[in-house]
Design a protein around this ligand. Structure first.
Ligand code: PA5
Length: 445
């Protein structure tokens, strides 16, 4: 198992009888998921994303990635929410948050279309000057404003650079297989296209072309990634929480929520886990936060944030619990040197690896936060590999689905995301939103 749950630091907060008491609720959620009787059951494609995928398209993704690697200095990925977070999370997890600064034979990768910032866009356009650029536009609906606006700007830039026909060879589109303006526009313009499967919502789509193309362009082994997810799929099948750590994680979250622990903090001790945490926050936040329910997902990177949020976690209001990601093996051995004069008094660390010191910081913090009344779930992750991150993705998908059903919500929709869009369209004068505009203008007077 590439992810194992350690419940040692929960014993002051959860009694063994509580695990037994919640098992029937887990069983009910399990039945809903496997029998497809729960809400949102037409969005369960993620359950078989690692085995039941389009093999022809998978091969085409690898080919397109090679083409992009050969022909481009800069690869722009345009998408928002589930249409970019997974790819960015995996690339930064396996390569680095500083991927663009590493020595490499793959293109620099930038993410756009995930905000409406003119400063960000200006910088990206400047970065592209004098470079060969390819773009992958990713939008299931094809109508998301942030993504569509960025695509319009980059298309304009590419067409000025390469001409209309030339630009078409630099544009790769991932969208619905038949619906939407982006699909019809792409077919008309001759762009190479990939499919967002009908039965996968954005936050459950990283193992489709949505995530796989950018991940492959970064030079990551997507077969390994799929193998990790497939291992999780085949191992995490029991409804019994003593045999299925993904379900146990869902059960613990629900037990803690009932005790007033409304905020979960995902903790990483590696900067490369930051974007993975962003992906996780979207997964749980968008899946569970509805009908006035849900645990608020947040994240920190320690030890950095121990010097900012650490104080609050140790001694602030007691509505928190932490889920700590512990990576089992170092991927580099940096040894702390000895100093003959010991001027800084650090010789007690001489000869230790930075990985060991970081691991000790983690153990020390878990114990301190426990003493401060913060339950700590520890997830032991085998290593920093494509296989393990594939496993983690499936592990969290599964626990999120089970946890959402236990909470009594539909973990696969996101109706609340529309509210800001409607107001924005009204205020920007989109046809069809006149009444709302009049109402909003009254409120703004
Ligand atoms: O998880 C989701 O479904 C959302 O975050 C979407 O991915 C996001 O809103 C982008 O939508 P689209 O891919 O339709 O542009």
């Amino acid at each position: 198992m590439a992810v194992k749950l350690n419940d040692k630091h929960l014993s002051d907060f959860i009694g063994s009888n509580e695990y037994a008491n919640i098992q029937p609720l887990v069983n009910a959620a399990h039945e809903m998921l496997v029998n497809k009787t729960g809400a949102g059951n037409d969005f369960l494609g993620w359950r078989t994303a690692s085995c039941n995928y389009d093999k022809e398209e998978f091969a085409r993704i690898k080919e397109a990635a090679k083409k992009i690697q050969k022909s481009c200095d800069v690869f722009i990925v345009t998408g928002i929410g589930g249409s970019y977070l997974g790819a960015r999370a995996v690339i930064e997890f396996l390569k680095s948050p500083r991927y663009n600064n590493l020595k490499k034979d793959t293109p620099d990768i930038y993410f756009s279309g995930c905000n409406l910032s003119s400063s960000d866009m200006k910088e990206l356009l400047e970065i592209c000057e004098g470079k060969d650029v390819c773009i992958n536009v990713i939008s299931k609906s094809g109508t998301t404003t942030e993504t569509a606006v960025a695509f319009r700007i980059f298309r304009d830039m590419l067409e000025s650079k390469y001409g209309k026909d030339g630009a078409a060879k630099h544009i790769f589109v991932t969208t619905d297989k038949e619906k939407g303006t982006l699909r019809s526009f792409s077919d008309k313009s001759g762009y190479e296209t990939f499919v967002v499967p009908d039965d996968m919502g954005g936050r459950y789509s990283v193992l489709s072309a949505v995530g796989l193309l950018p991940i492959a362009v970064a030079g990551i082994d997507i077969d390994e990634l799929m193998a990790g997810a497939e291992a999780a799929r085949t191992e995490l099948t029991s409804a019994d929480i003593s045999k299925n750590d993904s379900y146990k994680y869902a059960a613990i979250r629900n037990i803690l929520l009932r005790k007033g622990k409304n905020v979960e903090i995902l903790v990483g001790y590696e900067p490369y886990l930051q974007m993975f945490s962003e992906w996780w926050k979207q997964l749980f936040g968008e899946s569970e936060g509805k009908d006035n329910r849900g645990i608020y997902p947040s994240s920190v990177i320690f030890s950095t944030d121990l010097h900012s949020l650490g104080q609050y976690i140790q001694e602030g209001q007691r509505f928190l619990f932490e889920t700590v990601m512990s990576i089992g093996q170092p991927d580099s051995e940096i040894v702390i040197p000895n100093d003959e004069n010991n001027i800084d008094g650090l010789n007690f660390l001489s000869g230790k690896t930075l990985y060991d010191v970081n691991s000790t910081a983690r153990t020390a913090t878990v114990l301190a936060h426990n003493d401060g009344g913060v339950p700590n779930i520890v997830l032991d992750i085998k290593d920093r590999s494509a296989y393990s991150v594939g496993y983690m993705i499936y592990f969290f998908w599964l626990s999120c689905a089970i946890s959402g059903y236990m909470l009594g919500v539909n973990p696969f929709d996101q109706p609340g995301v529309e509210a800001y869009k409607k107001n924005m369209f009204a205020l920007l004068g989109k046809p069809g939103f006149e009444d709302r505009r009049a109402e909003l203008e009254k409120r703004l007077k």
